[in-house]
Ligand binder design. Structure first.
Ligand code: FES
Length: 560
């Protein structure tokens, strides 16, 4: 490795650093210098969280190679735009107009807006939207209206037409907050780039922290594992430890997530997910080992040297395949269709087939078959977890879990530490929308900390995170609805077939949603419906905004 000493003029001051010109990006260098307001989300130049202004031009720092920069180039980051004691009007507007939600995208948007308003201080709303579209600033939380509102308000201040005081939202003075808008308490840190998300926390860990990378073979959706050969990977530079399922068991863990734990609403949850695969891969993103090394690059290089031999098995990549009567069981202890939830009302309660008769004899009816697709959550921040034993002897896991207490049960006894020794701490979170209700990533981090007895940091690439995390469940549906000559609904009948993916967790809970929400909120006197859910070899289903009801509306609203 040949390093270069270099200077850049960052936020008005000349700053020196040492870099690897072949590898480092501008974002790497800025973040190493402590300027962590420049966030890295996708790391592919498409989400805009890393936006900075380079020599007057808006630039995505995560793909800008440092070797392409001239010495003393001028860089403006979020930290150079305003500070908590001296906010720029754009930052003030973001706080006051509700444009800060998770906040991960916010520094990039504010830098981008700064560039826009220095080019055109009087843009239309359409020009603002076009600017963000052109410059690839993406927000998954707000829906953009508040962002455009904030730009318009900041522009009015910058034109001298309004004061910051005039665009400042006042929290209720009577101390009565219920049902009223209030300023988000974390907004100030977020608009200044001072909120530390997972990867920012990782930079503040002690030097001996091991970096953990998953070995995700990505060879098949369903396979027998014949051999995992770690011998070459173990000799790679910086490798401290390679962990497989055997090591987790040797440490006293069951290697089975959530064993003995029951979700508060789940009745028949089957614990069938390994922390690390043992003899089977059940989906494309299943991890088979963890590499713990001194640097992320070393860990990733070694992970690429772990050899996994497999024998492919039949792959069921959708509900209809897995539900066939002659389909082989994906998990030997569980039928592929592992839960059913009926709903019966009126004539349906007396005899379900009577509902079909009512529909047949009604004045008008509509029927159809529909499919709601699988969806990734695509939070702008990916997955970043830190784990260490704290001063109370507890295993502290810093992460973006949406259930800091339920996650303890989901880790269960899987990794060789008892539940009462686990403490989960929620980092500032660059959104989740449901995927972080699942604790698979926490199990991996916990296993690495328990086995190495060292602090560890697990930060997935966006691609690894996408292959690892759960998704919205796809769903087939057939439905009929009928009404009388006045348009009054007489009856509905419907069935849903939902694809749970490889692991059952939460599947019997989510199917209660289709039967509750199909044809909601209409008054339907007679109903015969059922929802079924099947294990497949696709990515597992998990919580997602509106959890299970969009699949119902895909059918019922189309028919209405
Ligand atoms: Fe924009 Fe969360 S506030 S991604």
């Amino acid at each position: 490795m040949h390093l270069r000493k270099m200077w850049l003029k960052i936020n008005g001051a000349n700053r020196m650093f040492i870099c690897d010109p072949e590898k480092d990006t501008l974002a790497d260098v800025l973040r190493r210098m402590g300027l962590t307001g420049t966030k890295v989300g996708c790391d592919k130049g498409v989400c805009g969280s890393c936006s900075v202004i380079l020599n007057g031009k808006l630039t995505r720092a995560c793909t800008k190679k440092i070797k392409s920069l001239d010495e003393y180039s001028e860089v403006l980051t979020i930290e150079g735009i305003g500070t908590p004691g001296n906010l720029h009007p754009i930052q003030a507007a973001w706080i006051n107009l509700g444009a800060v939600q998770c906040g991960f995208c916010v520094p990039g948007f504010i830098v981008s807006t700064y560039a826009l308003l220095h080019e055109n201080v009087n843009p239309t709303r359409e020009e603002v939207r076009d600017w963000f579209q052109k410059n690839r600033n993406v927000c998954r939380c707000t829906g953009y209206k508040q962002i455009v509102d904030a730009v318009m308000a900041a522009a009015a201040v910058m034109r001298g037409e309004k004061t910051i005081e005039e665009i400042t939202f006042k929290n209720p003075s009577d101390g009565e907050y219920y049902g009223k808008g209030v300023l988000r308490p974390t907004a100030l840190a977020k608009v200044c780039g001072l909120a530390d998300y997972g990867d920012d926390q990782e930079l503040k860990m002690p030097a001996e922290t091991l970096k953990v990378v998953m070995v995700q073979p990505r060879l098949a959706h369903h396979a027998k594992i014949l051999k995992i050969d770690t011998s070459e990977a173990e000799k790679m530079p910086g490798v401290a430890r390679i962990i497989t399922a055997e090591d987790i068991k040797a440490a006293g863990g069951t290697n089975i997530m959530a064993e003995g734990h029951f979700h508060e609403r789940t009745t028949i949850m089957v614990p069938n997910r390994n922390v690390l695969c043992e003899d089977r891969i059940f989906r494309y993103g299943d991890p088979v080992a963890l590499v713990c090394a001194d640097t992320k690059d070393h860990a990733r290089a070694a992970a690429g040297k772990v050899k996994v031999e497999i024998e492919k098995l039949p792959e069921y990549l959708g509900y209809l395949d897995a539900a066939m009567p002659d389909a082989m069981r994906i998990h030997e202890d569980t039928p592929n269709i592992f839960a059913r939830q009926p709903v019966l009302k009126g004539a349906g309660l007396e005899e379900p087939s009577k509902v079909a008769g009512i529909i047949d004899n009604s004045e008008y009816s509509a029927e159809g078959s529909f499919f709601a697709t699988r969806e990734p959550h695509l939070s702008i921040e990916g997955d970043s977890v830190q784990a260490y034993f704290d001063e109370d002897g507890m295993l502290a896991i810093q992460c973006k879990s949406q259930g800091v207490y339920s996650s303890i049960g989901r880790i269960g006894n899987s990794v060789g530490i008892s539940r009462d020794k686990i403490r989960i701490i929620m980092n500032p979170t660059g959104a989740s929308f449901g995927w972080s209700t699942n604790a698979g990533d926490l199990c991996l981090a916990a296993a690495a900390a328990v086995i190495t007895k060292q602090p560890i940091a697990l930060s997935m690439t966006y691609e690894e995170h996408q292959h690892f995390s759960g998704k919205r469940r796809p769903c087939h549906s057939n439905g009929r609805v009928a009404c009388d000559k006045n348009g009054k609904i007489t009856a509905t009948e419907f069935e849903f077939g939902m694809d749970q993916g490889a692991y059952t967790f939460g599947g019997d809970d989510v199917i209660t949603k289709q039967v509750r929400f199909a044809f909601f909120p209409y008054n339907v006197p007679n109903v015969a419906g059922i929802s079924r859910i099947a294990i497949t070899n696709h990515n597992f289903g998990t919580a997602y905004r509106s959890y299970g009801s969009p699949q119902a509306f895909t059918m019922s609203e189309a028919l209405m």
